[in-house]
Ligand binder design. Structure first.
Ligand code: IPD
Ligand code: CA
Ligand code: CA
Ligand code: CA
Length: 263
């Protein structure tokens, strides 16, 4: 994409996300309509659906040829998503936090061009922190440029995880956690990415759907983080899958431990 068109896309997505967030804040003290999806911990609210519809409409109007994947919309990733422009929308990431805490949730959009990361945006709605950018733009928190990831050994850093994976010790995860500086669980992929991008945590290990990872991947990879499956292979962006986000040294150590033979 030409630089001018990319600037336009960046400005538009920032504007639309801030509009969706302003609406979301108006709902913060209102009763929510909450439904379950796959189980009691998998929630969707009227605000998730309203944000999805609002963002999808804006994107479709401005980019009629683009493909759209949204958690609360047509959730399937098309087989040909790597052709042309594809927008991945998570209209509220951390719906459980939104429902229980009315804080610690994000709105996220990741944009890919011919399968390559183009632009990512994550907005921590209640903290009013906007993380945005891409390989051609640099990465920013509001207007401040963010620094590259610090490439340190596993034992020097904090790790974010998904609770279920720790409890079940999937893929030797507990062994990884014994070897790091400490564990943090934020309950939202977007909020976790905010901590990674600011350099406050070193790694994130979770099972994430395409809309959970799309924006964060663009931002994190641009700052030098790697995103790999537990076996060290590239992620597919086609389905929910286990993944590790960390700088080079730590990710190599994590992949080695997770594929260890101490079963
Ligand atoms: C969830 C959150 C959570 C992560 C789950 C996601 P949602 O997103 O990011 O932290 O562990 O895998 O599904 O459903 O609240 O948008
Ligand atoms: Ca969800
Ligand atoms: Ca999500
Ligand atoms: Ca969501």
């Amino acid at each position: 994409m030409e630089q001018e068109a990319l600037y336009r896309l960046s400005r538009s997505l920032q504007k639309w996300i801030l509009e969706a967030a302003a609406y979301t804040r108006t709902q913060i003290k209102q009763p929510l309509t909450v439904s379950t999806k796959s189980g009691p911990n998998d929630l969707v609210t009227n605000v998730d659906c309203a944000n999805q519809a609002f963002l999808a409409e804006k994107i479709k109007t401005a980019y009629p040829n683009a493909q759209l994947v949204g958690e609360e919309g047509a959730g399937e990733v098309p087989d040909d998503w790597q052709q042309g422009l594809t927008f991945f929308i998570d209209p509220i990431d951390g719906t459980m936090n939104f429902v229980k805490q009315r804080a610690n949730f994000a709105i996220m959009i990741g944009v890919y061009e011919d399968g390559q990361p183009l632009f990512g945006i994550i907005y921590d709605v209640m903290a009013d922190q906007l993380f945005w950018g891409g390989p051609q733009l640099g990465i920013f928190e509001n207007e401040a440029a963010l620094k590259n990831a610090v490439d340190e050994p596993l034992q020097e850093g904090l790790i974010c995880v998904n609770t279920r994976m720790v409890v079940t010790n999937e893929a030797h995860l507990q062994e990884v956690l014994y070897q790091c500086s400490g564990v943090r669980i934020y309950g939202s992929a977007g909020i976790t990415f905010a901590h990674l991008l600011k350099g406050q945590v070193q790694a994130y290990i979770s099972k994430l759907a395409p809309w959970d990872i799309a924006a964060g991947r663009v931002l994190a990879e641009t700052l030098g983080f790697q995103v790999l499956q537990f076996d060290g292979q590239s992620i597919s962006m086609m389905r929910k899958e286990g993944m590790i986000i960390a700088p080079k040294q730590a990710i190599q150590e994590i992949v080695t431990i997770m594929n260890g033979s101490n079963d």
